[in-house]
Design a protein around this ligand. Structure first.
Ligand SMILES: *[C@@H]1O[C@H](CO)[C@@H](O)[C@H](O)[C@H]1NC(C)=O
Ligand SMILES: *[C@@H]1O[C@H](CO)[C@@H](O)[C@H](O)[C@H]1NC(C)=O
Ligand SMILES: *[C@@H]1O[C@H](CO)[C@@H](O)[C@H](O)[C@H]1NC(C)=O
Ligand SMILES: *[C@@H]1O[C@H](CO)[C@@H](O)[C@H](O)[C@H]1NC(C)=O
Ligand SMILES: *[C@@H]1O[C@H](CO)[C@@H](O)[C@H](O)[C@H]1NC(C)=O
Ligand SMILES: *[C@@H]1O[C@H](CO)[C@@H](O)[C@H](O)[C@H]1NC(C)=O
Ligand SMILES: *[C@@H]1O[C@H](CO)[C@@H](O)[C@H](O)[C@H]1NC(C)=O
Ligand SMILES: *[C@@H]1O[C@H](CO)[C@@H](O)[C@H](O)[C@H]1NC(C)=O
Ligand SMILES: *[C@@H]1O[C@H](CO)[C@@H](O)[C@H](O)[C@H]1NC(C)=O
Ligand SMILES: [Zn+2]
Length: 431
């Protein structure tokens, strides 16, 4: 009895996934969280400003989030771990992709000290648009989403924080809230399962939530199956904790090439890189806090000395630890004076639908404040345009915008038989 109903539910799950197409993979995710009506449970870990108290593990309230560890990859291990590469849902997704169209680009190797091994790779020609080799951001492969690297408007600081959510970050999130700042937050799937209330708070505070993979490996060193699992289970975790499935992601260490871009594109994910790197993670680790302050000082100066007179930046910063968060709090007032705008990436690109769900980006999802926020944010319906033939050239403001238009639909355009193409475009246009 139990066995057969289990078999039936697996069969239904498979049919739901296989009969649809991979661009609908996110529809099978479940969540009890309404992203427009989040209340973060008031427990010491979410309210205290004492790092020890904040970092006390909690079991999430089961009416909000149920985590069954047997159904997830191991925390901080590659997302194929814990047999997740053979779960029916993952296999259904894997099998629905047209791997014959995937580029035949080698899986990279690590050196003995854990860095990337460039042996045998022609970094100057960079045939695979491997960012780590040449800072390449204009894919050489057709039909993949080009990376976003800077906010297009002049004297604009694109505010991004990587590696959350985590414990002991309440003071930092309070500060951002007090300054009415929203950032693009690139969340690690493993951290989302460890600290789901942190992810809920990110959405409640109006931040733009995006993916930063499950286990923070160099993605070009992972097999196709591993890369797919890193994306898939992070999407699933963010959905579980926030009710939202991101359309944007950031490769750990910026490590991306056209093979990884192709897999990301199949899942409707576009990469967000940066054009300024504070190296803040190194403060107190491999360099001094003073050295990172000098970098911040330079980037502040660039806000007024003409560097960003015609287009803005996206800056790599982290919420990892007290050093990185204190540096952020120290410098944000100076950044706010030096730049005309300090905004998250969804806002700087007028991305109306940064998630798959039918929820328009208004900066603040909080239903009671959304209307007010919407009036201060351009609401051009980027994802809803239905344009699938946007110019592939990137590098200018216009072309980068066109790429975003394309990214909202390209997953569908590559996965479907042409007969279904028009239908799905229509469906995508309603998202
Ligand atoms: C918001 O959530 C609360 C429970 O947390 C619920 O009582 C209330 O009805 C919800 N409001 C809306 C508009 O869904
Ligand atoms: C956890 O998931 C496994 C596999 O789906 C299932 O067999 C088990 O009953 C679940 N445990 C709980 C407590 O729900
Ligand atoms: C992929 O490239 C390798 C060499 O890098 C080659 O041995 C292999 O045959 C190629 N596979 C396909 C399907 O073209
Ligand atoms: C950093 O740690 C100090 C001492 O515990 C604390 O006062 C401060 O609020 C922390 N900063 C952040 C951003 O959490
Ligand atoms: C959400 O709305 C409630 C009710 O108006 C308000 O108390 C709360 O501060 C708002 N949260 C944010 C992040 O704006
Ligand atoms: C602006 O400031 C930066 C950081 O100090 C410096 O590297 C750059 O050369 C300056 N640019 C101009 C146009 O003065
Ligand atoms: C998050 O916090 C946990 C526990 O303090 C720590 O082990 C982990 O490395 C942190 N993750 C990041 C990305 O900082
Ligand atoms: C976003 O919208 C604003 C207001 O309509 C406009 O000025 C700006 O150029 C747009 N930015 C992009 C990147 O499309
Ligand atoms: C998106 O596409 C529509 C229709 O093709 C176009 O009008 C709009 O300007 C595009 N948006 C951006 C940001 O390029
Ligand atoms: Zn990172």
């Amino acid at each position: 009895m139990q066995l057969s109903s289990f078999a039936i539910s697996i069969a239904i799950a498979n049919i739901a996934l296989v009969s649809a197409d991979a661009s609908n993979y996110w529809k099978a995710f479940t969540s009890q969280i309404d992203p427009k009506n989040i209340t973060v449970p008031s427990i010491p870990a979410t309210t205290s400003l004492n790092p020890t108290t904040e970092c006390t593990y909690y079991n999430p309230d089961e009416s909000l989030i149920v985590i069954n560890a047997t159904e997830w990859p191991s925390i901080w291990d590659v997302a194929t771990s814990n047999n997740m590469d053979t779960s029916p849902e993952f296999l259904a997704l894997y099998d629905s992709l047209d791997w014959a169209n995937a580029p035949n680009i080698s899986v990279r190797k690590l050196t003995s000290d854990g860095g990337l091994d460039f042996t045998g790779y022609d970094s100057s020609a960079d045939p695979d648009c491997w960012w780590s080799a040449s800072v390449c951001v204009h894919p050489k492969l057709a039909d993949v989403s080009a990376d976003i690297i800077n906010c297009p408007e002049p004297e604009t600081w694109g505010l991004t924080y990587d590696d959350g959510p985590n414990c002991s970050h309440n003071a930092f999130y309070d500060y951002l809230q007090e300054k009415k700042l929203t950032a693009s937050m690139f969340y690690i799937g493993s951290n989302v399962l460890d600290w789901p209330y942190g992810a809920m708070r990110g959405v409640l505070d109006g931040h733009h939530i995006a993916s930063h993979t499950w286990s923070h490996h160099y993605t070009t060193t992972l097999t196709n199956k591993e890369v797919l699992a890193e994306f898939y289970y992070t999407q699933k975790a963010i959905k579980l904790a926030t009710g939202l499935t991101p359309r944007y992601w950031r490769p750990p260490y910026g490590d991306i090439d056209d093979r990884v871009r192709w897999i990301a594109t199949q899942l409707g994910l576009t990469a967000v890189i940066w054009n300024l790197d504070t190296d803040d993670w190194a403060a107190g680790v491999t360099t001094t806090i003073e050295a990172v302050k000098q970098t911040y000082d330079d980037y502040v100066e660039m806000g007024t000395n003409g560097t960003f007179a015609t287009s803005g930046n996206i800056v790599l910063t982290h919420e990892i630890n007290n050093n990185t968060m204190d540096l952020a709090i120290d410098y944000l007032p100076k950044i706010l004076s030096a730049y005309k705008q300090v905004i998250d990436v969804a806002t700087c690109y007028n991305i109306s639908y940064p998630y798959f769900e039918d929820i328009e980006w208004t900066n603040v999802l909080n239903a009671s404040t959304a209307a007010a926020a919407a009036s201060s944010v351009a609401s051009s319906s980027v994802a809803a345009s239905g344009s699938s033939s946007a110019s592939a050239a990137a590098g200018t403001v216009t072309a980068a915008g066109a790429q975003i238009n394309q990214s909202a639909t390209s997953g569908a355009s590559q996965l479907l038989p042409s007969a279904l193409f028009t239908l799905v475009l229509a469906a995508v246009a309603l998202l």
